[in-house]
Design a protein around this ligand. Structure first.
Ligand code: WQD
Length: 323
């Protein structure tokens, strides 16, 4: 029984491959290596191809006798998606459609999908439950909503069972080598400023939150990977389709994250407070009852472990950063 992991050579994908392999699941990775890196997955078979390369996807499903698909390959930069929505619909929506058509042709009916808290947009509730209205604020978030719709409709028409995992703010690394190489989110952006001997930026401190900075639900990438493993187990046991949040159910503000970076790195993290970044909601924190009740999954790693492991990964790529 082999599972296909699309995007398995990427930051999150490689962690998912690692968790599945540790659980004895055979894996084949399909990745175009646009942001992925083959060295992350060791000797796991890799098909270097885009999801839009239908013959390659067909061949992969057939040659590896694939029992289910974990679909992680996607574009994920909110700003880029606003500037070029067609590209995001092509890569994310069309890519998923090609994949699901290939799954239908190969009679593969188990599907785990990387969804996102971006599907909720700017929720007004203290804790975001899965019943919260989906109102994405970017083309990126829209493509994740469409992806969930596609999964729902695939079940009605073709009996595909799916788990759509709505990730909150992913951070950290299982090993330094598996750290996030991109600088797209708060923790690596702070590291980058510190490495350049510049003050970290805080995008607004006048939000309606306890310390005035935005609150997010940060969750360790190893916990995210374990949630995928649980989803695979659930689908292998013919479990029903689900769309759970994946977070810790606890918020941390930008200033709290900065303080943790100071503690871990020993560097001065006094920030420059700059104007708000357009589109940032004040607070997004997950209700995590659904995933705990259905999978028995709860996050095992705290913010300290996220920042510490992310810093270890950063130092591998920027050895002079600490000095
Ligand atoms: C977190 C907070 C910033 C950098 C995004 C996507 C979401 C998901 C995860 C993909 C915000 C503040 C940041 C800095 C700061 N992506 N910040 N100074 O915006 O919650 O979520 O990434 O799947 O879809 O929208 O994450 O890490 O960019 O920002 O003050 O230098 O940190 O304003 O409040 P975000 P983020």
């Amino acid at each position: 029984m082999t599972w296909l992991v699309t995007g398995g050579a990427g930051y999150i994908g490689a962690h998912v491959v690692r968790s599945l392999r540790a659980d004895g699941v055979d894996v084949v990775v399909l990745d175009d290596l646009s942001t992925g890196d083959a060295s992350r997955i060791g000797d796991v078979p890799l098909v270097r191809a885009s999801l839009l390369d239908r013959p390659a996807v067909d061949r992969t499903l057939a040659e590896h006798d694939v029992a289910g698909v974990v679909h992680i390959a996607a574009k994920k930069q909110v700003g880029e998606s606003v500037a070029d929505p067609y590209y995001y619909y092509r890569q994310n929506v069309l890519g998923q459609l090609e994949l699901m058509e290939a799954m239908r042709a190969a009679d593969v009916r188990r599907f785990v999908f990387s969804s996102s808290a971006a599907t909720y947009g700017a929720p007004e509730t203290a804790l975001v439950t899965e019943k919260t209205h989906l109102e994405p604020e970017s083309p990126y978030g829209q493509t994740k909503v469409v992806g969930e719709w596609l999964a729902v409709d695939a079940e009605a028409a073709h009996g595909v069972r799916s788990v759509c995992l709505r990730y909150f703010n992913v951070a950290g690394a299982a090993t330094a080598e598996l750290g996030d190489p991109e600088v797209l989110n708060l923790i690596p952006m702070v590291f980058e400023r510190l490495t350049a001997r510049e003050r970290p930026k805080v995008f607004g401190d006048d939000y309606p939150t306890p310390d005035g900075t935005c609150v997010r639900d940060y969750v360790h990438v190893s916990d995210i990977a374990e949630a995928h493993r649980a989803a695979v187990t659930h689908l292998m046991a013919d479990g029903e389709s689900l769309r759970p949040n994946v977070g810790r159910g606890e918020g941390a503000s930008v200033l709290e994250v900065l303080a943790m970076v100071g503690e871990v790195t020993g560097l001065d993290v006094t920030p420059d407070v700059v104007p708000r970044r357009p589109g940032d909601p004040p607070r997004t924190v997950a209700s995590v009852d659904a995933i705990r009740d259905r999978f028995g999954w709860t996050a095992q790693h705290d913010l300290h472990e996220m920042v510490q492991s992310a810093w270890a990964g950063w130092l591998v790529r920027h050895p002079h950063a600490a000095g």
